[in-house]
Structures are given as C-alpha cells and as structure tokens.
Design a protein around this ligand. Structure first.
Ligand code: ADP
Ligand code: ZN
Ligand code: ZN
Length: 749
C-alpha cells in the first residue's frame, strides 16, 4: 500500500503530495487523515495522509517508506482531512478541490500591531498620583489618569489623539511606574462596524414560551448526557426558532464547547448578527463573502486559538477550525445555498452531520419549510423532530390568505398584472398608511410556455416537467431531450395567447408607479443590490417607512421583520412551479409560505393575496393554509411515483468542453461506461437518462451535456462515480473535457 502525504497544510501547497510506502506494521493505522512522520530531504517531517492507493505513481524503487503513523487523533487538521475525503467520496471532485474547501486559506497576512496604555500601579497609588496632578495643575496628566482609572486601559490613538496627551507626559508616567505601554495583536474584527452602529442597549432574552422551553430542555438534556444527535426544528417564521438556538448555544458554550451557526448569506443581516452579539458579545464572530481572504483567515485563527465561541456565516463557515466543536446549527435548512455550485458539489447538511460525528458534536437543523430530504429523515427517525406551532409574539396571528385565479381575471377582460382584488387592497392599504410587499417570483421564469386563457403549461410527455423555449422556436425537455416545435395555439383550448411567460421586477415597478402614482416605491432585486450595502440600505429604508411598497424577488421574503406590512401580494405564484426541475413544487411551496409569513408580524392583522393560473395546485393550496404536512405528503407521493429524491437518488453528470463534438463524444462514452458498470454488477438496475444538451447548452463558449442516473442506493451511485473517475483518468478521450458530478442536484442544469 502507498500513501499520498501532504507536508504543508496550507492551501497554497495542497497540490504537492508525496507518495510513500506503508510498512506492513502500520497498515491498520494508515487511514486518511492520519498524522505521519516521513523522511523528507535529509530530515524528518510531519505530514498527513490524504489518499491511499495500491499502485505506485513513480518507480517503486524510488518510493521511501514512512517512518511512523500516529493515531488519527483529535487534531483538527486530521478531522478536516477526513472530512475532505468524505466530501470527495460522496460528492465527487478531486481530493485537492476537497482540501481547498475544508482548509482555511492560509495567507501570510501581516498582523497589525497596535499599542495600548494600561494602568501599571495599584488603583490607590494611581489615585494618589491623580490627586497630586490636580493639585499641581498638571492637566494632561490628570486627564490621562482619570481616564485610565475609569477604563483600566486605553488604545494608543485614543491617548495621543483624542485625549491629546503629549509624549513627555506618557514618558514620565511610565518612568514613575504608573502606566505601561503594551502591544496587542489586532485582528481585523468584522464585528467592529456592527457594534459601532448599534445604539441599542444589551437586550435581555425574553422568557421562553412553554413550547420553546420544552425543546431547549430536551436538547440540553441529551447534550449533557453525552448524546449527540441531529435535530430538526420545524416552526413557521416568527415562531421563535432563533430564541431556541440562542438558548441551546448558551448551554453548549457554558459546557466549554464551540458552536457554528450557518445562515444563508442573504439572511446574514445586521439585525440577525446583532441578536447574537447582544447575547454573547465579543465571543461571536462572522464570516461572509464580502470579507477579504485576510479577514477570513484572521477569523479562522481566532477560532482555532479559542478566542471566540460562536461563528456565524454561510456554507463555508462549516469548516471553522474550532478545537472543541459542540454544535452545528443550520438555519433555513431547506435553502439552496447550502449546496455548493462548484465542485465538489457538497451539501452542507450532510457534511455537517459528518463533521459532528467526527468531533462529537450535535446538529440542529431549523426551517419553516424543511426540505423533503430532512423531513423524510426525521419521520424515519434518523433525525429527532421538534415542532413550534404558533407565533412567539403574543397577538401576532397567522395571516389571512386569498387565492386569486388569474384565468378568471382574463375572462373578465382584466389583462393587467393586478387582479381587481389586489388593486383594491393596495389602494386601501395606501389610504391607511400601511405597508405593502409585492413579490415577483422570478426564478425559473426563463422561457416556460403557458396559455394565458386556460393556464395549460407545455410539458414533456415523458417527464412531467415543463419544456423550455429555445430561441430557434422549439420547446425542449431538459430531462430527456424531447423536442417539439412551438405550437401557435394552445393544444388544450385553442387560444392564441400562448407564450413564454415572464415579467421582470423592473417592469412591475413601472406598472406600480403608473397605477399608484401616490405611492412611494422601492425595488429590490439582483440589479438594485449590486453594491456592498445596498441590500441593507433598501431594507432599512423600508423598515423606516421611507416607502409604501417594496417590490422584489425572493430576496425580500427571507426572514425580515416589517411590523407595518399588512399586505403581501404574490403576483404570479406559478412562475416557480414551472421551472424545469423536479423540485419546482417544493420551491413554490417554500416561497409562498415564506412570503405569507411576511404579513402581520406586528400587532395589525396581515393579509396575503396569491395570484395564480393554477389555484388548484397542491403546493399553492397547502401554502395558503400553512399546511406543511399536507404538502409533504402529496409531494412525497409524487417523488415516490417518479423516483426522485428523497425517494431515490440521482447522480447528475455535467460534461463540459469548448468543442461541441468533444462534449458530445465524451458524454456518449460516459453513458457507455455507465452501462458497462451496470452489466458488471449482478442484478443491478439503474435508470439512465441522456446524454442530452443541458438547458444552458452553452455558457461562456463551453458546451454542456448532461447525463442523469437514478438509483435507490446512494452508495451504488458513489461506486459508479468512482468507476467513472477511474475510466476518465485512463481514457484518451477526455482531454479538453471536464466532467462534474452532482449528487441529488438542487437546481436544473
Ligand atoms: P424565527 O427564528 O422562528 O423566525 P424568532 O426567534 O426570530 O423566530 O422570533 C420571532 C419574534 O418573536 C422575534 O421578534 C423574537 O424576539 C420574538 N420572540 C421569540 N421568542 C419569544 C418569547 N419567548 N417571548 C417573546 N418574544 C419572543
Ligand atoms: Zn389554453
Ligand atoms: Zn422529457
């Protein structure tokens, strides 16, 4: 056996692995992640095993044996390498890419040295000196001593600039042994700006409701007894999940362990971070994509050194190198952003569970609308399920929901984007000076074709997935490649109003301004939130009542609290229903439930109006009633019927090449190799779909082909992936071709 060793655990050096022979006596200990001692040049060095193989990569005679293999102990690097291997195995991609994912990017960053002045003498002595200074009218000395007695220490700049103390005064106090100059390592602190902005006093935690308290008690009881589990907390928005997190975190930290709190980047707002800061002060830090590499590295370092207890951040914060991790929380567990879009295409939920297992931590998943995967696992007993049934704030009620059938509107001759009911309600709210949110679900509107008279959507006869309009006038199914010409009339009712549907938010803003000239309007979408703070700016402007109507995409429905919003209008609920992947209904339900959750967060009752061409669709019906379980049952039945996750597993392969014929040939070879793999496994049955052009058939001059494989057993798909990786490695036909694997994709290709 041979081991690939990395010697230097820093991302810059990860490409350099060295192969060593494993002596027989170490065979058992030599596992991925194990620390080893190797001969290196003319010295010995420590390294880690990142991969094992049967074959030597170079001439066998030139490979040296390892000196020693140590137990894969509690070393954080060791766990991270094991985690990288888990990611590579289960989600594809190279070991190198996986290591880059889990290890902090070590960037030589010069620490900023900062000086401070501290009180060096006893307080009584300093007090005497102060009295002396007052008597002798040494005003500078007096000022400095007074401040130091109050603060104990002062940053150098404060002393020299704000207090304007001359150097000579400082010198004489140092000589007298009253003060001391110290230097402190200054980390770039991402919390600094946040804390500065905060004018609110330390908030006291509200007493938990009985429901909240029961959940906290149960989780803490398990934890204290040493039981480590994965929990799923389902509770509508506003039911008080965050308070539950805070209380559990408090206990875990009290027991001397650290916590990773994952939040989708879009929900990582000032308000959210502040809640954690109020509870845990300086022991909290954050990571986000706007921070520089240096800033991010600083935060990893602080975590590693035990200077913080809680790290809040998006997916990548999962790899915070806490030495004694106790808990990982994933808020909004259903969010797509927990799945990496770049290889390795890992899912943070699965990797969190693995990391927790390696390090003896618990995992807490929370959502108003759990993913089908998570809820299914909870029902099967793999996760422990908790439910919060009501809103936490007294008096806050679930909103009233009305569904408007847009086909009826058309019949009545109303072709505007506002139904009569919505127009009426907006006018009424504007008169009462209450706020309105208008939600345009843009996701997936790219080109699905529907009839505006009867609501019929052009779907693939083989896949139950809406077809996508291509510019050459054809409709294509992106799951099986089925292609038809675009019909001039609706095949169901004959209407000529059949077209690719889609109205952007910009257009809506125009229409709102025209229809309601008295209203002050804000718009939030990808275009208006390009600059660094614009997202927060728009939200705070709206929350300060600088506008009456906020128009936006899904961005506006994620967890923001606007107590003055009493009407939420969803302009076309079907848009996400007709996107070209099997999660369309789930996503629609999520978005509608979230959007509905925006209304009536304060004392005033809220109302939600859903406009749709498919009012009878179960995802819309269930969302209107906030009936998660009803939705889950229906959707799960559908997934079972068509064998989609979580009823089965899918391995998607994306074949990329700058040359179309290369992509096509490589995809065909992969399909062939897949069939070969199946033949070699006695009795194995799989469903192979493709190769087909991806819905984004060419991007940045790269051609894209897809293959999908469906199988119940995830491990068989992993075996297939491993087989294909080997096949690709030894085949001549994959030069200039890149193959990406994606297990249970979260979005269509
Ligand atoms: P979620 O995370 O489920 O959306 P939050 O924890 O943010 O819910 O709670 C929603 C609102 O209810 C917040 O304003 C929060 O301060 C308040 N809240 C939560 N729990 C309580 C409680 N036990 N007593 C009073 N207010 C609470
Ligand atoms: Zn029709
Ligand atoms: Zn199809």
């Amino acid at each position: 056996m041979y081991a690939d060793i990395i010697v230097d655990i820093s991302a810059g050096q990860l490409d350099k692995t060295y192969q060593y022979r494993i002596p027989e006596k170490f065979a058992a200990q030599a596992v991925i992640g194990a620390p080893v001692l190797i001969p290196f040049g003319n010295r010995q060095r420590k390294g880690y095993i990142v991969d094992l193989s049967e074959e030597p990569k170079i001439e066998e005679a030139r490979i040296k044996p390892l000196i020693a293999v140590e137990e894969r102990g509690k070393v954080i690097e060791s766990n991270m390498i094991t985690l990288a291997y888990f990611i590579r195995e289960n989600f594809g991609g190279t070991m190198n890419a996986a290591l880059h994912t889990v290890l902090p990017v070590k960037k030589e960053v010069r620490q900023v040295e900062k000086k401070k002045l501290v009180l060096a003498a006893e307080r009584a002595v300093a007090g005497d000196a102060l009295a002396q200074a007052v008597k002798k009218k040494h005003v500078a000395k007096e000022r400095l001593l007074r401040e130091l007695l109050a603060e104990c220490e002062l940053p150098w700049e404060v002393v020299t600039e704000k207090l304007a103390i001359p150097q000579s005064t400082i010198k004489s106090l140092v000589t007298a042994g009253l003060v001391r100059v110290e230097s402190m390592t200054q980390y770039r602190n991402p919390m600094a700006g946040i804390v500065e902005k905060d004018k609110v006093q330390q908030r006291i935690a509200p007493p938990l409701t009985k429901e909240q308290q029961n959940i906290v008690t149960e989780i803490v009881k398990d934890y204290t007894e040493g039981l480590r589990k994965t929990y799923l907390l389902r509770g509508v928005t506003g039911s008080g999940k965050t308070e539950v997190y805070l209380s559990v975190i408090e206990e875990v930290v009290r027991q001397g362990r650290q916590v990773i709190m994952l939040i989708p980047e879009i929900a990582l707002t000032y308000q959210t971070v502040l809640r954690f800061y109020h509870r845990f002060g300086d022991r909290v830090s954050i990571l986000n994509s706007r921070m520089s590499q240096g800033e991010r590295y600083d935060q990893s370092l602080r975590a590693e050194r035990g200077e913080i207890d809680i790290m809040i951040g998006p997916r990548s914060a999962l790899f915070t190198p806490f030495p004694k991790l106790g808990l990982i929380i994933l808020d909004e567990e259903h969010e797509n952003s927990y799945k990496s879009e770049m290889p390795p295409k890992y899912h943070a939920r699965e990797v969190a569970v693995k990391r927790a297992e390696l390090e003896g931590a618990s995992v807490l998943l929370g959502s108003a609308t759990p993913s089908l995967e998570a809820y299914n696992k909870a029902l099967q007993g793999e996760y422990r399920l908790f439910t919060l049934t009501g809103r936490a704030v007294e008096g806050a009620r679930l909103p009233q929901v009305e569904i408007v059938d847009l086909r009826e509107e058309l019949k009545e001759g109303n072709r505007s984007i506002f139904s009569r009911s919505l127009r009426e309600k907006i006018t009424e709210r504007l008169a009462k000076k209450e706020q309105i949110m208008l939600f345009m679900n843009r996701r997936g509107y790219a080109g699905f074709v529907s009839c505006r008279s009867c609501g019929h959507v052009m779907k693939c006869p083989h896949c139950d997935i809406s077809m996508t309009e291509h510019s050459n006038g054809t409709l294509v199914c992106h799951y099986c490649g089925h292609t038809i010409g675009k019909p001039p009339n609706c095949p169901v009712c004959g209407s000529k109003y059949i077209a690719a549907f889609g109205t952007g938010t910009q257009k809506i803003e125009e229409l709102v301004r025209r229809e309601f000239p008295q209203a002050r309007v804000l718009r939030m979408d990808a275009d208006t939130t390009r600059t660094k703070d614009s997202y927060e700016d728009i939200l705070s402007a709206f929350s300060c009542k600088e506008a009456d109507i906020l128009i936006g995409t899904q961005m506006i429905v994620k967890g923001h609290d606007f107590p003055m919003v009493t009407l939420v209008g969803i302009l076309a609920a079907d848009l996400s229903l007709n996107s070209n992947d099997y999660r369309a209904a789930e996503r629609t339900f999520e978005l509608l439930a979230q959007a509905a959750g925006r209304a009536g967060r304060g004392e005033r009752a809220g109302e939600v109006l859903i406009q749709t061409y498919q009012p009878e669709h179960y995802s819309i019906q269930a969302a209107a009633k906030e009936d998660y379980e009803g939705f889950f049952a229906q959707e799960m039945a559908y997934r079972r019927a068509v064998a989609y996750p979580p009823a089965a597993n899918i391995l998607a392969m994306l074949v990329l090449s700058p040359k179309e014929e290369l992509a096509e040939a490589a995809a065909a070879l992969l399909a062939g190799a897949t069939e070969q793999f199946v033949r070699e496994q006695e009795g194995l049955e799989i469903t192979l779909i493709g190769p087909v052009p991806a819905s984004l058939a060419k991007a940045n001059d790269i051609y894209r082909r897809m293959i999908y494989v469906k199988q119940e057993d995830y491990n068989l798909l992993v075996a297939l992936k491993n087989f294909l990786e080997g096949y690709i490695l030894y085949s001549e036909n994959f030069k200039n071709v890149n193959v990406q694997f994606d297990f249970n994709p979260m979005s269509g290709y």
